[in-house]
Write a protein that binds this ligand. Structure first.
Ligand code: 2AM
Length: 176
């Protein structure tokens, strides 16, 4: 299965991110992601088997047990990939709790021999794929208020023509 580990968004924060995305419709064309797909990826595992999934759960539990409170604090918009057809995301500040969680999870995965995409951790919430921006710059929009995350989850991702479907496999509470 295709899998990744992510921090889940608290419901109120998710509402605010969805409201921000709605306002973007005026100046951005592309495939807007559904609000139930919003998350902050900590580690993308790619194809894993059942044994790897058990090891990843172990690494997730350990990382969450060691974690400081994880603050989700919007920083600004960020574009990844191709200028005219890339991903538009809401970038988050490098909160020490969030960065520490990603580092501890990744070192736990390494210790368990579970491979993951080693791109540098750049915390963000993906909003629009194949994004084409009309205006030279994005308007001044109200960003979601910072909040403390409550959980992190191992997800199974299934690719479909309508986009990826994410199924939570195992969720661990974070300290608040
Ligand atoms: P993205 O939203 O920035 O594209 C599930 O695919 C999640 O894992 C997405 O949030 C995706 O990030 C992230 N991810 C990180 N590395 C990835 C990779 N190499 N391939 C696919 N998804 C990746």
């Amino acid at each position: 299965m295709r899998a990744f580990v992510a921090v889940d968004l608290p419901a109120e924060f998710e509402d605010e991110v969805a409201a921000l995305a709605r306002r973007l419709h005026a100046c951005v064309e592309g495939r807007f992601l559904k609000r139930q797909t919003y998350h902050v990826t900590l580690a993308f595992l790619g194809e894993i088997n059942e044994a790897d999934a058990r090891r990843a759960i172990d690494a997730l539990e350990r990382a969450c047990a060691l974690s400081a409170p994880v603050l989700l604090e919007p920083k600004g918009f960020e574009r990844f990939g191709h200028r005219r057809e890339g991903l538009l995301a809401l970038a988050l500040e490098a909160d020490p709790g969030l960065v520490g969680l990603a580092e501890n999870l990744r070192s736990g995965l390494r210790a368990q021999g579970v491979a993951y995409d080693e791109k540098r951790f750049s915390p963000h919430i993906s909003l629009v794929r194949r994004a084409r921006l009309e205006a030279p710059c994005l308007p001044d929009l109200p960003f979601p208020h910072a909040c403390v995350a409550a959980s992190a989850t191992l997800y199974k991702s299934t690719l479909t023509p309508e986009g990826a479907l994410y199924k939570p496999l195992y969720t661990v509470d974070l300290p608040v």
